[in-house]
Write a protein that binds this ligand. Structure first.
Ligand code: IFM
Length: 419
């Protein structure tokens, strides 16, 4: 069984799951909720052309062609039902949970703090602690207050001060009740979707703005990390870096050179700018990419519902590379798959844990694994049809049910933790 061979996962290892406020809470009002309402019909109409080649298309087309799929609305109502969701963590014997604090709730207008919402998140964290679960807080996970987006968001360096002010407020309110803080989730994914592919708000295509946003976000991380560390070294701070393992598919010089350049741009350009201000490195792993000549080509026949090629074991090479280069302990801050039928999740987790153990055997320090996601949620511009949850959510009733793979994973964690 996983965990029985190779190096042991330490007693302190963080076993958990992750979510983000906009994807699960429901009832938000932010830049995304506005964009969803404006774009739902278009996305539903375009699904036929954009994703009809997915292997899952026949199964998901009804939902993908329905405008309601793209409007988050109340979702799983995690905002009110969080205790129920924390019970699910406990059922799986988990001891960690990553979530984001929704900036638009805390600061609905520039400089106006909503104390009731602050108290909500304090109760939320208390509820985790009462269950022996370590909170891992994300400060920016893709959703911006409308007022901040209207001022140009992270396109403007001068706006970073607002984010730093929000971060300081959160840290001063939460005090020492939290230790792990992720400043920003997936800098490059946010920039590429919003300022290159035009799939996310503000849906602009501008290479110049794309690079500017990346640089402003790395700057934002440094500013926030410095101000948090000034308060206390108790806090362990990082970004969550989405890292794809990119490698040459053959031995051709062009394949090797292109893979190296792509990997550098995708990972190192960003990590180098923040790593001095990270206590650990948060890594989100979903896939690897093979490069032939100058092109990415992954002829795998196993794909997830989102048509992503599935190579979970390659997480080993991602973490080995990042650890060798940056020498910071790693926490897997996200890892998972869209798998409505729960056909591949158990296999995925098994391969992932085997990959992590192999990396640990080769000297990599890994302090935690957080599965994406705890419950089904909205997958940004794809809407609600992709199902990433360890627990499925019936959106009509709000009922949560741990999927068979989650029950199995819970037994594995119990055994590994020896509880
Ligand atoms: O749902 C997203 C999450 O918000 C960021 N990381 C990747 C996940 C799956 O695409």
């Amino acid at each position: 069984m996983v965990g029985e061979v190779g190096p042991k996962f330490s007693k302190k290892f963080l076993w958990g799951a992750a979510t983000a406020a906009h994807q699960v809470e429901g009832g938000n009002h932010n830049q995304w909720t506005v964009w969803e309402l404006e774009n739902a019909k278009v996305r539903a109409t375009q699904a036929e052309y954009h994703i009809n080649d997915y292997a899952s298309w026949d199964r998901i087309k009804k939902q993908a062609k329905n405008p309601n799929n793209y409007v988050s609305g109340i979702l799983a109502n995690h905002y009110e039902r969080y205790e129920e969701d924390f019970d699910l963590l406990q059922k799986m014997h988990m001891n960690a949970y990553r979530f984001s604090i929704e900036w638009s709730r805390i600061e609905p207008e520039c400089g106006v703090w909503n104390q009731e919402e602050i108290e909500h998140y304090k109760r939320y964290i208390d509820a985790l602690k009462q269950r022996g679960i370590e909170p891992i807080v994300t400060l920016f996970h893709f959703s911006l207050p409308v007022w901040f987006a209207e001022r140009g968001g992270f396109e403007r360096r001068s706006n970073v001060k607002y984010f730093t002010r929000f971060a300081k407020k959160i840290v001063s309110e939460l005090g020492l009740s939290v230790k792990y803080i992720i400043t920003i989730n997936e800098i490059e994914v946010y920039a590429v979707q919003s300022y290159w592919f035009q799939d996310w708000p503000p849906a602009v295509h501008s290479p110049y703005t794309f690079w500017r946003v990346i640089n402003n976000l790395t700057y934002a991380h440094r500013q926030v990390a410095k101000s948090i560390h000034k308060v206390s070294r108790h806090y362990k701070v990082s970004i969550a870096k989405n890292s794809t393992y990119i490698y040459p598919g053959d031995n051709a010089w062009s394949s090797r050179a292109s893979a190296a350049v792509m990997q550098y741009i995708a990972d190192d350009y960003i990590v180098k700018k923040v790593i001095k201000h990270c206590d650990f490195l948060g890594v989100n792993y979903y896939q690897s990419q093979r490069v032939y000549g100058h092109r990415i080509h992954n002829p795998e026949d196993i794909v997830s519902d989102l048509d992503w090629p599935m190579t979970p074991g390659d997480i080993q090479y991602t973490v080995e590379r990042l650890y060798r280069k940056y020498k910071k302990p790693i926490i897997i801050t996200e890892n998972g798959l869209a798998d409505e039928r729960d056909a591949k999740r158990q296999w995925w987790i098994t391969q992932t844990l085997i990959g992590l153990q192999a990396a640990m055997k080769n000297g990599v320090k890994i302090d935690g694994y957080l599965h994406w996601s705890l419950i089904d949620n909205t997958e940004w511009s794809y809407g609600k049809w992709p199902r990433f949850g360890l627990a499925s959510v019936n959106y009509a009733t709000g009922e949560r049910t741990l999927r068979p793979s989650a029950l199995w994973f819970g037994r594995v964690i119990k055994k590994i933790r020896g509880i």
